[in-house]
Design a protein around this ligand. Structure first.
Ligand code: OAD
Length: 258
């Protein structure tokens, strides 16, 4: 239910849930895809427990052993393309918000899966890249990928073997479309982070930008994130339960106040 919320000491936002919003920015992380069967990064059984980040998620790791890095992302891609991985109720609710909310909604995801798009979202920024695309390391040209990428694949633009890499932002690289994201953050009146541990910047710093813009800030996560103290409001629980509830609230407030 929407309603007035007690404002606790230390909260920085003057806005709160229950208002009519016009410009919403939503940041999603691995937690939103966890219930679709995709592993998160920092859980005890997470991807970074099984692999060294330096080996599989840095330009240096790729230069040292491209075969290993391709294998790592090929496995992720095979899993994503399997029948078992489907959008969950949280992805579907965000697609409904995008379709029905009368103001602006920008969805920024750190996830490289395509579950937001498969749920029906159209306006998605993949700031850490996309698993279903490859990139020519020489020209930057992007190509759709429906299977494995291998070290001896010949690139369509430069006709050379070995120049294709996963279209994934690695540690030490700059995330994509940052100007567009910061512009939206500086104008938003509601910022919601869903299923992200707040360990990786610049995404973990978005809440600070939104607070500076005067937005209401809400964290939806199973547990407190590393930047939870920056959020005016926190909701703990499964994304598949919390996100449909939030979307219902946002759409009902808006239809009441229009
Ligand atoms: P993490 O694995 O660091 O954090 C996932 C968060 O989701 C944790 O705080 C969990 O508590 C929470 N969570 C798990 N299941 C959930 C559920 N069903 N509902 C709600 N919350 C849930 O993943 P990210 O924060 O997305 O970057 O990681 C950020 C970046 O670090 C990734 O994009 C990746 C990684 O290194 C690159 O590879 C460049």
């Amino acid at each position: 239910m929407l309603g007035k919320r007690e404002v606790t000491k230390g909260e920085m936002s003057e806005r709160e849930m229950g208002e009519e919003y016009q410009r919403i920015v939503i940041l999603t992380g691995a937690g939103i895809s966890a219930e679709s069967g995709i592993k998160t990064f920092r859980a005890s059984d997470g991807l970074w427990e099984e692999h060294r980040i330096e080996d599989v998620a840095t330009p240096e790791g790729f230069a040292a052993n491209p075969r290993l890095v391709h294998q790592f992302y090929n496995l992720r891609r095979q899993q994503l393309l399997g029948d078992a991985v489907q959008p969950n109720a949280a992805h579907l609710a965000l697609a409904r918000l995008e379709a029905e909310f009368p103001g602006e909604v920008l969805l920024v995801t750190q996830n490289i899966d395509n579950l937001h798009e498969r749920a029906g979202c159209r306006n998605v920024i993949h700031m850490h890249g996309e698993l279903l695309k490859s990139r020519c390391a020489r020209s930057g040209e992007l190509f759709p990928v429906g299977g494995d990428i291998n070290v001896d694949d010949v690139c369509d633009c430069c006709n050379l073997a070995g120049s294709l890499r996963p279209h994934v932002v690695w540690f030490g690289e700059i995330p994509l479309l940052m100007d567009e994201i910061y512009n939206a953050l500086h104008q938003c009146d509601l910022f919601v982070a869903i299923g992200t541990s707040g360990n990786v910047y610049p995404a973990a710093g978005f809440v600070r930008e939104a607070v500076a813009a005067g937005a209401h800030t809400l964290e939806i996560n199973l547990e407190p994130s590393a930047v939870q103290s920056m959020f005016a409001e926190k909701r703990r629980g499964l994304a598949s339960e919390q996100v449909p509830r939030l979307v219902g609230e946002l759409l009902s407030v808006n239809s009441m106040t229009r």
